[in-house]
Design a binder for this molecule. Structure first.
Ligand code: GAF
Length: 386
């Protein structure tokens, strides 16, 4: 991570030293995509790519933010905040400040510089890293004694209210609760979670960044949410106790099939099947059965591509290319979709070869240079010791 350079930028920009530095990671998700806002299961982890924030109070009611990556400044008053169209990155910070104030937390003005090594808009949740990073920083700066779940929920609300994406809880959860060398299986209904150790000397987690981000990502995301909700309404008509897809079974879904739009049926089917895969993958991790997890990654991608329709030709190509490589246990698109990264489980001894095969296949097909990251699982948001 980039703590030192952010600290230096802070000093140059604000001509004083920061009170402290916060390190906030991005996240991966082994399996369980689009299940979070359906009250289902997810299996994410925080990673060694993220954002660092340097912060100090400024004895005013103005907040001054410097983004080292964009080389841009944004200032806002604590008394009036409006989402910015010109500098959308500032919305993640204002959104959190806004939620804190709504919850009655007393804040005063601050100066903050931030930047990182997490690729933006690649499905690694740079937005949750920023939201949780600033939330954690404000908690420390003003000794607010926030509960972790309050931080997670306020960061999620910031995304709803200031970025306009009706996201689930997974990203903010993983950024806050991440634990080195562990995946976390979260039940998004009960909010209970369980850590699964992952330190395999034989296989690595490799992300392939397609370097594309197709338009309409946010509106398609919100639309998927509505489609699932419309499926729930029909199910509820028959079984009033069903409050979300989490409460329904495949048999119940089959029963209402004639009554629902085929697209809605497909969306619901994917969610029910994916929930099952997440539960089983946790058990596989418990038994160190990575080949079995790998198979489920392929099944998950199939569902995301054909039933949930959030993939794209670049992601499908990347996943298909791995199918003939025995040293790859599994591959699938990760995150909201329509671009971003695939997650791959690759045998360590084959990593260099894997990279060169997939890089040249992708270049031949789309004329694009893949970015590839071999990621490690790290702790969630924390203060840097200095
Ligand atoms: C995005 C959202 F922010 C998450 O809540 C989750 O729904 C994910 O897409 C898809 O699984 O990252």
């Amino acid at each position: 991570m980039v703590n030192d350079s952010v600290s230096i930028s802070f000093f140059h920009h604000f001509e004083k030293k920061p009170s402290f530095i916060i390190q906030s990671p991005g996240r991966i998700n082994l399996i369980g995509e689009h299940t979070d806002y359906n009250n289902g299961f997810v299996l994410p982890a925080a990673i060694n790519l993220g954002i660092s924030l340097a912060i100090a109070p400024n004895q005013s009611s103005t907040c001054n933010i410097f983004s080292t990556d964009y080389s841009e400044t944004f200032s806002f008053s604590l008394q009036s905040m409006e989402p910015s169209k010109e500098q959308p990155w500032a919305n993640y910070i204002m959104g959190v400040v806004n939620e804190f104030q709504k919850a009655g937390k007393k804040l005063s003005g601050f100066d903050c510089a931030f930047g990182g090594d997490i690729p933006i808009g690649s499905g690694l949740s740079s937005s949750a890293a920023l939201e949780c990073g600033i939330g954690f920083a404000l908690d420390q700066l003003y000794s607010l004694d926030l509960e972790q779940w309050d931080l997670i929920k306020m960061a999620q609300k910031a995304e709803h209210n200031f970025a306009g994406v009706q996201c689930g809880i997974m990203d903010q959860f993983a950024v806050v609760q991440g634990k080195k060398d562990h995946f976390i299986r979260l039940d998004c209904k009960s909010l209970e979670f369980e850590y699964f150790p992952f330190k395999n000397s034989q296989f690595s987690i490799v992300l392939c960044n397609s370097m594309v981000k197709h338009a309409l990502v946010d509106s398609e995301y919100n639309k998927r949410r509505e489609e699932c909700e419309s499926g729930v309404k029909v199910l509820q008509g028959h079984w009033p106790s069903i409050m979300s897809l989490r409460d329904a079974s495949l048999a119940q879904l089959e029963k209402i099939k004639p009554e629902v739009d085929p697209i809605v049926y497909n969306r619901c089917r994917y969610i029910l099947e994916e929930n099952e895969r997440v539960l089983q993958s946790g058990n596989d991790l418990h038994h160190h059965d990575l080949p079995s997890v790998g198979k489920k990654l392929y099944q998950s991608h199939e569902g995301l591509s054909k039933l949930y329709e959030v993939s794209c030709e670049e992601l499908d190509f990347l996943v298909e290319t791995t199918r003939d490589i025995p040293e790859v246990l599994g591959s699938r698109m990760m995150g909201g979709g329509f671009g971003g990264c695939t997650i791959n489980l690759v045998e360590n001894s084959f990593l260099d070869k894997f990279e060169s095969i997939i890089r040249s296949a992708y270049k031949n097909q789309f004329g694009l240079d893949l970015e590839i990251y071999r990621v490690a699982i790290e702790n969630g948001v924390e203060k840097v010791n200095n």
